[in-house]
Write a protein that binds this ligand. Structure first.
Ligand code: NAD
Ligand code: USQ
Length: 429
């Protein structure tokens, strides 16, 4: 079976490409490397060093004998994506290729507009190309749990039965997204649902929660196959961030009250969910939604979990609660239906102490690469104009034990200067 992965150079796209290739699928990989550009723009960088897509694909071939076909281009360019679909003729398309970051989308007007154009136009082009050149193909699209927001009722899997004035219908679940990025996903969902109805396409919209972890069977084969790991205040997601903060002795940054509850999923389960969706396609004309999470936590619970596990490794981690740079409910009801992927056979890897310890081990191995000036968040949802990136700081040489205030939001986060590790113990590449 031929599968096209769009966004194949990204955090999830690269391990997914290898995962599917390893299972014997014939895989094509699309990316325009924009994520690497956005890092340059923001002064941020993956904690784990990553190789170029060319090097990754060559290393994969060298190590496994398997070939991945690469297509470099932007899916907002219709000619590009139409040619790829026409020539590769996939039976399934896994679409990861979007601007996926809420804070980036809230920097200012330009970044909000860019995010929505990139995501909505890219996906709309893809829908037209599928209709024109491969109408039977199954689109597996990455959406987000953040499309639903945090309503005061149970969250269903995409649709809800409503009785209104004595009449009953099954309607799309009401959406209350919390950033211009999350809004772009809602617009995508509407467009996809619409073309399934009018053109008879088939699609699975995966409303995925926050993903954590970096290790899959394939990334572990060789360090050249590693995937990216973001920890900074723009691109880093919460659990990955807390692990890095714990490893470098930075207080964990729980925004506001910390009662925000989010669905989470291990990166290994993400890989498997996509495969399960592909193996069990919808009927032609069907648009379906799976909620792709395995468990949920409040942000404060997560911080306490990281604190507890870090203690076992002799890391004395503090929790800080800076004012929330986002506008979101900080205490709310949360109960999500997520049975469809379990029914298809998903066996979740839950967040255990052992798993968290191994994540901390990985992070500690690379902690010499952490750019401390990029830890704190600065994109404020209430402001129309935020700075675009971090200003790279030349490392300050402070006296051992001296404290430096780090927080721009008026909280009380400080860094204490520590003795430098001796060079012989510093991992070098
Ligand atoms: P990522 O930024 O690491 O990867 C996205 C990739 O898509 C990048 O390599 C980027 O260069 C590419 N891309 C973006 N726009 C493109 C375009 N116009 N043309 C071609 N390529 C383009 O993101 P990720 O964390 O791997 O997320 C992948 C998808 O999964 C996103 O759609 C995201 O919304 C969704 N998702 C991610 C998470 C998470 O926790 N990481 C959770 C839920 C949903
Ligand atoms: N948070 C903190 N402290 C931090 C970082 C985050 O308290 O240092 C809080 C945020 O305020 C938020 C929650 O943690 O309430 C999650 O934030 P996040 O940055 O981990 O995740 P989010 O911005 O929602 O986006 C990420 C991915 C996105 C995906 C989404 C899934 O970047 O691509 O769509 O997770 S979901 O959250 O289910 O919408």
């Amino acid at each position: 079976m031929k599968i096209l992965v769009i966004g194949a150079d990204g955090y999830l796209g690269w391990p997914q490409t290898m995962y599917l290739s390893n299972k014997g699928y014939e895989v094509g990989a699309v990316d325009n490397f924009s994520r690497r550009m956005w890092d340059l723009e923001c002064g941020t960088e993956s904690l784990i060093p990553i190789h170029s897509l060319h090097e990754r694909i060559n290393a994969w071939k060298e190590l496994t004998g398997k070939t991945i076909e690469m297509f470099i281009g932007d899916i907002t360019d219709y000619n590009f994506i139409a040619n790829v679909i026409k020539n590769f003729s996939p039976e399934a398309i896994v679409h990861y290729g979007e601007q996926r970051c809420a804070p980036y989308s809230m920097i200012d007007r330009k970044h909000a507009v860019f995010t929505q154009v990139n995501n909505i136009v890219g996906t709309l082009n893809l829908l037209y190309a599928i209709k024109e050149f491969c109408p039977h193909c199954h689109l597996v699209k990455l959406g987000t749990m953040g499309e639903y927001g945090t309503p005061n009722i149970d969250i269903e899997e995409g649709f809800i039965e409503i009785v209104h004035n004595g009449r009953k219908d099954r309607l799309p679940y009401p959406m209350q997204p919390g950033s211009f990025y999350h809004l772009s996903k809602v617009h995508d969902s509407q467009n996809i649902m619409f073309v399934c109805k009018v053109w008879g396409l088939r699609a699975t919209d995966l409303h995925q929660g926050v993903v954590y972890g970096v290790e899959t069977d394939e990334t572990q084969i060789d360090e050249r196959l590693a995937t990216r790991f973001d920890y900074d205040g723009i691109w880093g997601t919460v659990l990955n961030r807390f692990c890095v903060q714990a490893a470098i002795g930075h207080p964990l940054t729980v925004y506001g009250k910390g009662g925000q509850t989010r669905g989470f999923i291990n990166i290994r389960d993400t890989m498997r969910c996509i495969e399960l969706a592909i193996l069990n396609p919808p009927k032609e004309g069907e648009y379906r939604v799976f909620n792709q999470i395995t468990e949920w936590f409040t942000i404060f619970e997560l911080a306490q979990l990281v604190q507890k596990v870090a203690k076992k490794k002799d890391l004395n981690v503090k929790i800080s609660q800076p004012p929330n740079p986002r506008v979101e409910a900080e205490e709310h009801y949360y109960n999500v239906k997520h049975t469809k992927l379990l029914d298809l056979g998903l066996k979740p890897h839950y967040l255990s102490n052992v798993l968290l310890e191994s994540l901390l081990d990985i992070v500690q191995r690379y902690s010499y690469r952490v750019k401390e000036e990029t830890i704190l968040p600065y994109v404020n949802w209430r402001s129309l104009q935020n700075p675009v990136g971090y200003i790279a700081k030349a490392p300050k040489i402070g006296k051992i034990g001296e404290k430096e205030s780090l927080l721009g939001f008026g909280g009380e986060v400080t860094k204490t200067f520590k003795e430098m590790p001796s060079l012989s113990n510093t991992p070098r590449r």
